[in-house]
Write a protein that binds this ligand. Structure first.
Ligand code: FE
Length: 206
């Protein structure tokens, strides 16, 4: 059973003008597809074939002989997560349990927004900005290249891709504008809230 490229959870033009149809065509149809194809090539005829994406990410992490596999499989996982972190109905602020956590751990939404913007714009070169649950607390971080909080025992709640391929067609070198637009128009708080809820349920079941 091969790893598959999932369909986008919205139409290619659904995030326009904030993220254009051409960006999504390339980003999902070319970049994400290449990570999936390369992963399948690298796991073919190995004991990893048939494992889930998340399992392969964890097996490959930190292994000197699996650097290429980690880069591709983690990028495949990160992009699956990215598409759901954005929504045509996104933006605004979270509510409920997530808002309460934010108040307690990050200084409310303004504290979140400031730290997230700093992480996303401050990541030198390619990478990702994250909101994750780490040791039961909300945490903002940035990772380089394909790296992901998943391999550090953290639970990702939300991400933004800050590789140039994610924004260059629409924003050229203006990464801060792309990050600000993500927070104002696209961020999918329902997705983040459902990830937090699942993590809380897992914790309660332990
Ligand atoms: Fe990307």
């Amino acid at each position: 059973m091969a790893i598959e490229l999932p369909k986008l959870p919205y139409a290619l033009d659904a995030l326009a003008p904030h993220v254009s149809k051409s960006t999504l065509e390339f980003h999902h149809g070319k970049h994400h597809r290449a990570y999936v194809d390369k992963t399948n090539e690298l796991i073919a005829n190995s004991d990893l074939a048939g494992k889930s994406l998340e399992e392969i990410v964890k097996v490959a992490a930190g292994k000197k002989d699996k650097v290429a596999l980690f880069n591709n499989v983690a990028q495949a996982w990160n992009h699956n997560f990215l598409w759901h972190s954005m929504s045509p109905d996104g933006g605004s602020e979270p509510g409920g349990a997530l808002a309460e956590r934010m108040e307690k751990d990050l200084g409310g939404f303004p504290g979140f927004a400031e730290a997230f913007k700093k992480a996303a714009t401050g990541q030198f070169g390619s990478g990702w900005a994250w909101l994750a649950l780490a040791d039961g607390k909300l945490e903002i971080s940035a990772t380089a290249n394909a790296d992901t909080p998943l391999v550090y025992g953290k639970t990702p709640l939300l991400t933004l891709d800050v590789w140039e391929h994610a924004y260059y067609l629409d924003y050229q070198n203006r990464r801060p504008d792309y990050v600000a637009t993500f927070l104002e128009k696209l961020v999918n708080w329902e997705f983040a809230a459902s990830n937090l809820q699942k993590a809380s349920q897992r914790k309660a079941a332990e």
